[in-house]
Design a protein around this ligand. Structure first.
Ligand SMILES: [Zn+2]
Length: 337
C-alpha cells in the first residue's frame, strides 16, 4: 500500500509499503515473547523433506571481488571461510519479495524489489556451494506470476494475490524443505532500523516456523556483528495479527494458513474476480498455503539512512546473506538429528 508523504531526503521516489505480502508498520521494536510450543506442535514429526545428514560442514568461500562502496565499519579479516551445514541436496525455496509494479519500500537509492532479488541470488549462490538445491520464486524484476493475456505483467490487487499464490504453489509443487521470503523494511519514521524475522504461530508446524525464524534472526545478527556491522536486533515476531482490516486479522499471505477471499473483498480492493479464478456466481475462494516451515526476514530498513547505507554495501550484503544461509542450514541440520 502507499504511504503518506515523506521526508524530503528520499533519493528515489516515494516510500511504498507492500500490500498483502508485507508487514504493516510497527511503531516500536521489541521481540515478541514466545509461548511454549504446544503439545501438538511438539509431537509433530519433522516435515517429510527434512533428511538426516552426516556429511561434514562445507566451507563457503566468499567472492573475491573487492568492495567498492564505503562501509560504515571496516570489515575484519576472518571472513574467508564460513562453515555451513551441508545441504545434501535438500531443496530450499528463496522468495525475493515483491516484483513488477509492486516495488516494495524505496528510499536512499534502494528499491526493495531489486534489493531483494539481488539478496536472493547471493543466498542462492552460498546455498548451492554448500550442496543445497535452490529455487528462486522470481528471476527478474517482474512478478513471480507472468502475464496471462500477452500484455506483460499483470498489475494491481488481482496480480498481487496471484503472484503470492504462485510463490506458494511453486514451493509446494517442488516439495521444498523450507520457504524463506527476503524483504527489507520501510516506514515513514526514518529512525526505525534493524532486522526482524516473521513466522506464523497458527500453522500445524508452527514450532518449526518459530525455530526457523529464531535461527535466521540470530545468525543474521551474529554474521553482521562478525563482519563489524552492529545492527539492531528487533527479534522474531508472530505475524498472526500483523494487519487488521475491519476487525479481522490477516497474517502474511506467504506464511499464513489458507485464506478465504470473498468476491466483495476482491471488488472492494479493485481486483478482478475472474483473474483470481472465481467462477460465475462463486462468492469466495480459498488460497493454498505452504506445506513446509516458512519465515519472512526483514533485512534492515530501506527508510533508515544508516541501514540503507549498509544495504548499498557489498560486504554488508554478503554478511546478511551468510546469516540467512547459516540460519536456515543450521535449522535444517538440527531438525535432521
Ligand atoms: Zn517487502
Amino acid at each position: 500500500m502507499s504511504r503518506r508523504a515523506l521526508w524530503p531526503l528520499l533519493a528515489v521516489g516515494v516510500l511504498l509499503i507492500a500490500g498483502s505480502g508485507d508487514p504493516a508498520p510497527r511503531p516500536s521494536a521489541s521481540a515478541s515473547p514466545f509461548s511454549p510450543a504446544s503439545a501438538v506442535d511438539s509431537a509433530l514429526p519433522a516435515p517429510p523433506s527434512l533428511t538426516p545428514s552426516a556429511t561434514p560442514a562445507v566451507a563457503i568461500v566468499p567472492p573475491t571481488t573487492p568492495t567498492t562502496s564505503v562501509a560504515t565499519f571496516a570489515a575484519p579479516l576472518d571472513l574467508s571461510r564460513v562453515l555451513v551445514p551441508p545441504g545434501d541436496g535438500a531443496l530450499v525455496v528463496i522468495d525475493p519479495g515483491h516484483g513488477g509494479d509492486e516495488i516494495g519500500a524505496a528510499a536512499y537509492g534502494i528499491v526493495e524489489k531489486d534489493s531483494n532479488l539481488e539478496m536472493g541470488r547471493r543466498v542462492e549462490r552460498l546455498l548451492t556451494q554448500a550442496g543445497y538445491r535452490v529455487l528462486l520464486t522470481r528471476h527478474d524484476a517482474g512478478r513471480a506470476v507472468g502475464g496471462v493475456d500477452g500484455a506483460g505483467q499483470p498489475r494491481g490487487f488481482s496480480a498481487q494475490r496471484r503472484d503470492l499464490q504462485a510463490r506458494i504453489d511453486l514451493a509446494n509443487a517442488a516439495g521444498a524443505s523450507v520457504f524463506v521470503s527476503l524483504h527489507s523494511n520501510g516506514l515513514n519514521d526514518p529512525s526505525a532500523n534493524g532486522v526482524e524475522t516473521y513466522y506464523n504461530a497458527a500453522r500445524p508446524f508452527s514450532a518449526y516456523n518459530r525455530l526457523l525464524a529464531q535461527s535466521i534472526q540470530s545468525n543474521v545478527i551474529a554474521e553482521m556483528a562478525r563482519a563489524g556491522y552492529l545492527v539492531r536486533d528487533r527479534g522474531t515476531l508472530d505475524d498472526a495479527c500483523l494487519r487488521a482490516f475491519q476487525g479481522v486479522c490477516f497474517p502474511l499471505f506467504v506464511l499464513g494458513p489458507p485464506r478465504m477471499t470473498t468476491r466483495d473483498e476482491v471488488l472492494r480492493r479493485g481486483g478482478d474476480p475472474a483473474a483470481l479464478g472465481f467462477a460465475a456466481g462463486q462468492d469466495a475462494i480459498v488460497s493454498r498455503a505452504t506445506q513446509m516451515p516458512g519465515v519472512l526476514a526483514e533485512l534492515l530498513f530501506v527508510s533508515n539512512p544508516d541501514d540503507a547505507r549498509l544495504l548499498a554495501d557489498d560486504s554488508a550484503r554478503e554478511a546478511l546473506a551468510r546469516g540467512v544461509v547459516l540460519g536456515l542450514s543450521r535449522f535444517l541440520a538440527e531438525q535432521s538429528r
